[in-house]
Design a protein around this ligand. Structure first.
Ligand SMILES: Cc1cc2nc3c(=O)[nH]c(=O)nc-3n(C[C@H](O)[C@H](O)[C@H](O)COP(=O)(O)O)c2cc1C
Length: 211
């Protein structure tokens, strides 16, 4: 019997109003880290993709098709990567505004990686004190490793700081593990789709994936 498996769908959303965007680059790097472990589709959107219709909407009904499509994609995703630049000590207003339209039950039990970028390290704990609680509200499974990158840790639009790259890899691996475990629990796939079990840091995890 052949089992039809659809690839897991991961949606990355970032809160910058600018292009090029470091937070978008960080989200893409996390997405690539997940895909290094797991065969998944990753779609990346940002506030610019949502367009001015996002900020102008007071209700979901008022969202423009562009903005509504992103909300729909997040709700239908198997996992989410959420990254915002720090604006005035917090995630951006439009980042939160978009998540205000997401159904409160849509992200329950879904794996999520949170990340942020900022001008320096002063607001690095935004990932723990603001982004993690936001997804706690949604009862999402936020992975233990959150990723924060300062502007000086980028070169030519890409993260270059080894410590941040390590956290990107770690967060991506954690998301892949959660997704793979969910797929297996759902009986959707007879084998875990982890491509590189040797990259997992804990020997117990490696054995679990290999068996
Ligand atoms: C309006 C505004 C407010 C900002 N406030 C902060 C801040 O409070 N703390 C901080 O570390 N960086 C702050 N920054 C810097 C950005 O967070 C930082 O440059 C970030 O990497 C930009 O990400 P992006 O390239 O995705 O837009 C601010 C930038 C802007 C434009």
């Amino acid at each position: 019997m052949t089992i039809q498996i659809r690839k897991p769908r991961i949606v990355a959303f970032t809160g910058s109003t600018r292009r090029p965007s470091k937070s978008r680059a960080l989200a893409e790097a996390i997405g690539a880290a997940v895909r290094g472990q797991l065969d998944a589709d990753v779609a990346t959107f940002d506030v610019v993709d949502a367009g001015p219709g996002l900020g102008a909407a007071f209700t979901r009904h008022q969202l423009t098709p562009e903005a509504a499509a992103i909300v729909d994609a997040i709700e239908q995703a198997d996992a989410v990567i959420a990254v915002s630049p720090v604006y005035k000590g917090s995630y951006t207003g439009l980042f939160k505004h978009l998540f205000d339209f997401v159904d409160q039950n849509a992200l329950a039990n879904k794996p999520v990686v949170v990340g942020a970028t900022g001008g320096g390290h002063r607001h690095a704990l935004i990932v723990e004190h603001q982004l993690r609680p936001l997804f706690g509200f949604f009862s999402a499974l936020v992975v233990p490793t959150a990723v924060y990158a300062s502007d000086h840790e980028f070169l030519d639009g890409r993260v270059v700081e080894p410590a941040v790259l390590e956290r990107i890899e770690q967060a991506g691996t954690q998301l892949a593990l959660l997704l793979a475990a969910q797929l297996q629990a759902a009986g959707a796939r007879p084998e875990l789709p982890i491509a590189h079990p040797e990259r997992l840091e804990q020997p117990e995890q490696r054995r679990a994936v290999a068996s």
